[in-house]
Design a protein around this ligand. Sequence first.
Ligand SMILES: Nc1ncnc2c1ncn2[C@@H]1O[C@H](COP(=O)(O)OP(=O)(O)O)[C@@H](O)[C@H]1O
Ligand SMILES: Cc1cn([C@H]2C[C@H](O)[C@@H](COP(=O)(O)O)O2)c(=O)[nH]c1=O
Length: 215
Amino acid sequence: MPELVFFSGTMDCGKSTLALQIEHNRSARGLQGMIFTRDDRAGEGKLSSRLGLVTDAVEVADDQDLYAYLVEHLSQGGRADYVIADEAQFLAPLQIDQLARVVDELDIDVFAFGITTDFRSKLFPGSQRLVELADRVEVLQVEALCWCGARATHNARTIGGEMVVEGAQVVVGDVNQAENVGYEVLCRRHHRRRMTAATARAGALSPDVLPIASV
Ligand SMILES: Nc1ncnc2c1ncn2[C@@H]1O[C@H](COP(=O)(O)OP(=O)(O)O)[C@@H](O)[C@H]1O
Ligand SMILES: Cc1cn([C@H]2C[C@H](O)[C@@H](COP(=O)(O)O)O2)c(=O)[nH]c1=O
């Protein structure tokens, strides 16, 4: 039975790597996939992983109908044995409905990959719709870690290492970007306390918290 599967997690937990592995294993067996993405850091029409692998993909536009695109592709003699949608948090809810329709009416598996919540720990509309519609939501096995060693469950946006809680929902970027706008994955406790690795380090070094030697 074909399925709509949502592989979700924080940033930097291996979602795109898994998407590329699924693509590799299936194409190695002669299957042909349709790969969608949107706003990948590597540029337009790319699905890339931090491990260095990259593949071409269809860049999804704002009001593109993904079901109609697949139907058109198939009716022109193209093949699509499965669909991969990376950066699925950036898709519109309607486009997630179209992916569900691909599963139900075209009998094609759809594997969607994306972060669930934004830097304010609010659901992306596309991810919300995926949680509502997916046959399965899978959490990735490899844990991304907070600086404290706990499992990272939240995404923080940082400027110069300082966490910010206001701004546009979508700002394409990467982890380990200390100087400019960047991202850092944190456990809930440290996300709530707005404590990034840099602020924790600064706190530890602050004279206020150093033991005072008695004279
Ligand atoms: N130099 C490295 N050596 C080994 N693994 C790495 C290296 N750089 C990144 N990774 C792995 O790649 C993961 C990020 O993969 P990626 O697919 O880009 O994540 P996502 O799509 O979830 O943001 C990291 O969690 C880590 O496990
Ligand atoms: C938290 C958060 C992230 N983004 C952007 C930053 C990246 O371009 C992608 C996530 O990509 P990854 O492959 O999962 O690392 O999303 C954003 O626009 N807004 C946010 O709040």
